[in-house]
Ligand binder design. Structure first.
Ligand SMILES: NC(=O)c1ccc[n+]([C@@H]2O[C@H](COP(=O)([O-])OP(=O)(O)OC[C@H]3O[C@@H](n4cnc5c(N)ncnc54)[C@H](OP(=O)(O)O)[C@@H]3O)[C@@H](O)[C@H]2O)c1
Length: 325
């Protein structure tokens, strides 16, 4: 079928385009053309999706039957797509758990919890707006994937990547003491991508919490897997939440995947029963870690997106936390 990826040249979208090509679709990607080219075999359409005229001009009469949207970040981007892409057999939209008004801290029980419904801009608010306008335009066959933590090769966000690099460098590594045994979940971009294509093909409808099964690993288990995969000699130095916060360590940013214990307990508690029923796969964590490490070694640290910084613990902060421990 004719499948349009809104996005498709960077990370999740690149895996979507690859999966769609492997499944025999005629694939086009729509991007501004600044983040590189799509996988070979996909047709590259260009334009800024915040501009209402850009998508119709780029499509130029090519009518997609299926859509997978990995690139929606603004209300205008959603409104413009809704105006043009209502008449499709299946549309898989990549949203986020942040669309839930009460997450974080959560927990997320099923998919019925309230989503944001305000005029105020913000990541979760904009995703919730997009779910509403695109859902109204498409009707049946609109499925919204509320993604949690996405990992895998080509990841430009560099959360797992930072831990891999830091652990590979070895020596004494600051780890959050209370979160070591915290159950966490993640989804490999390749698992999610293949599922999104199938979800669009099947014309699935409604919201789905698309992350791994709660407790598929723990934060400590993930970091131990990073040490095993990189072969580093890292020695864990557990630091209590109170000391991390007092030193100015920012949750999720300076120590990727770390949330203080009170938030972490509920934030990682996400019911993915519907995703499991609908066949979202979850490959072994070790495979995601090993493949991300192999990719990182080959490609080098990703370039941060304009106006963003890569996450990670600044060296001075690390030295301060390690001193006297
Ligand atoms: N990473 C996570 O853990 C996580 C968690 C939850 C949800 N999510 C969601 O998952 C998705 C992941 O996306 P990804 O970055 O991996 O997808 P991607 O489709 O691989 O990359 C983003 C694409 O958007 C294009 N783009 C950016 N701004 C554009 C614009 N104004 N007009 C047209 N195209 C534009 C970029 O190309 P150009 O730069 O060339 O335009 C790029 O191809 C996002 O929707 C994110 O909100 C991520």
């Amino acid at each position: 079928m004719r499948l349009l990826v809104l996005g498709g040249t960077h990370f999740l979208g690149r895996h979507v385009a690859t999966a769609a090509l492997e499944r025999g679709h005629e694939v086009a990607t729509f991007t501004r053309g600044v983040s590189g080219a799509p996988p070979a075999g996909a047709r590259a359409l260009h334009g800024d999706r915040d501009d209402p005229a850009a998508l119709p001009a780029a499509l130029d009469g090519w009518a997609p039957e299926l859509v997978v949207d990995t690139s929606c970040q603004t209300r205008a981007a959603a409104d413009n797509a809704a105006a043009v892409l209502g008449d499709v057999a299946g549309h898989a939209f990549v949203s986020s758990l942040n669309a839930y008004r009460d997450w974080p801290p959560g927990p997320v029980r099923g998919e019925d919890g309230p989503t944001w419904d305000t005029d105020e801009d913000g990541y979760g608010q904009d995703k919730a707006h997009a779910e509403r306008v695109l859902g109204a335009a498409v009707g049946d066959g609109f499925v919204t994937a509320r993604a949690g933590l996405i990992v895998g090769p080509y990841d430009p966000v560099h959360r797992l990547g930072w831990w891999l690099e830091r652990i590979a460098a070895g020596g004494r590594v600051v780890v959050p003491a209370e979160s070591w045994d915290q159950p966490i979940a993640l989804v490999d971009a390749r698992d999610l991508a293949g599922w999104l294509v199938e979800a669009a093909e099947r014309g699935l409808s409604g919201p789905v919490n698309t992350t791994g099964p709660a407790g598929m690993t723990t934060l400590g288990g993930l970091l131990a897997t990073c040490r095993e995969v990189t072969g580093g000699d890292a020695e864990w130095v557990p630091v209590p939440d109170a000391d991390l916060l007092a030193a100015g360590v920012e949750e999720w940013v300076h120590l990727p995947l770390w949330l203080q214990a009170a938030t972490a307990r509920t934030a990682w508690d996400v019911d993915t029963g519907r995703a499991r029923e609908l066949g979202l796969p979850s490959r072994p964590v070790r495979d995601s870690v090993a493949d991300t490490w192999a990719w990182l070694q080959q490609s080098g640290r990703p370039t941060p997106r304009p106006g963003r910084e890569l996450p990670g613990l600044p060296a001075a902060l690390e030295a301060e936390l390690l001193a006297g421990r």
